[in-house]
Design a protein around this ligand. Structure first.
Ligand code: KIV
Length: 281
């Protein structure tokens, strides 16, 4: 029986110096494959707004679809540490709503932990969620939900910004965050954050010295043919494999090569004969 990985397991990894392998995932079948492959943790990211639903940004991922797909991923991967990504306006409007919505990720989605995109203005939400018993990861650095308000993707190239981020990270942990996710933070800043805290720190494009790494599944499989950020590594060309397979399929339909006899269901020989006689009458 595979052992269930939860956030406590991920915390233990940090003390053991074992790195966390995390990927985004948005459906049952993929989740099943990824768990079997030995991925420790899956993030049902609001990137599904773009990659699954086809919207131009993550802000279009809504609570109900996030919950439905999170539950599907959980059914496919019952043993991974499952992180739910709270979508735009699900935790910013009021603390009460934030707790109710986070609770849905835990109970309906089957999450081990939820993640919210934060800066120093969100300490009260993190504290309230932690008080309510909800394991919450603070996502700092580049925050796609407020991308239009950010001047640069990599905000910590300047020392002042790096200091601010370290400060925010420490305050998040003091407020009750059980982990941090750093997106597009300079590698030296991410290393400093990771060294200074006991909670697990996951890197998304923030260098090798964090406690774990997360990549967007569609990027690492080259599934969507989307922009390939510098921090990504393409491990397979699944997008091309799917296009090639579908091309071959369409060709075989158009040239009447598929289906053939071996793909057909038949009657018993006797019935077939009798049936033909009846048709020919
Ligand atoms: O939504 C997402 O996929 C994310 C990752 C990029 C960290 O938040």
């Amino acid at each position: 029986m595979p052992k269930k990985i939860n956030w406590q397991t991920i915390k233990k990894y940090k003390t053991q110096g074992k790195k966390v392998a995390m990927l985004t995932c948005y459906d049952y079948s993929m989740a099943n494959l990824l768990e079997k492959a030995g991925v420790d943790s899956l993030l049902v990211g609001d990137t599904l707004g773009q990659l699954v639903l086809g919207y131009p940004s993550t802000i279009h991922a809504k609570m109900d679809i996030m919950i439905a797909l999170t539950a599907a991923v959980r059914r496919g991967a019952p043993n991974v540490c499952l992180m739910g990504d709270m979508p735009f306006l699900s935790y910013q409007v009021s603390i009460e709503q934030a707790i109710i919505n986070a609770g849905r990720f835990m109970t309906e989605g089957g999450c081990d932990v939820v993640k919210i995109e934060v800066d120093s203005r969100h300490l009260d939400v993190v504290a309230a969620m932690a008080r309510a018993g909800i394991p919450v990861v603070a996502h700092l650095g580049f925050k796609p939900q407020s991308a239009t308000l950010q001047e640069k993707m990599v905000a910590t190239r300047q020392i002042d910004h790096a200091r601010q981020l370290i400060n925010d990270a420490e305050n998040m942990v003091k407020a009750g965050a059980c982990g941090l996710l750093l997106e597009c933070v300079t590698a030296n800043t991410a290393k400093a954050v990771t060294k200074r805290t006991d909670v697990p720190v996951i890197s998304c494009g923030s260098g090798p010295d964090c406690d774990g790494q997360v990549l967007v599944l569609h990027d690492m499989l080259n599934l969507a043919g989307a922009a390939n950020p510098k921090f990504n590594k393409t491990y397979a060309n699944i997008g091309q494999a799917i296009t090639d397979a579908a091309k071959q399929y369409a060709k075989e339909i158009h040239t009447k090569k598929f289906p053939t006899e071996i793909n057909c269901y038949n009657m018993t020989a006797n019935d077939q004969k009798e049936f033909q006689n009846w048709l020919d009458k």
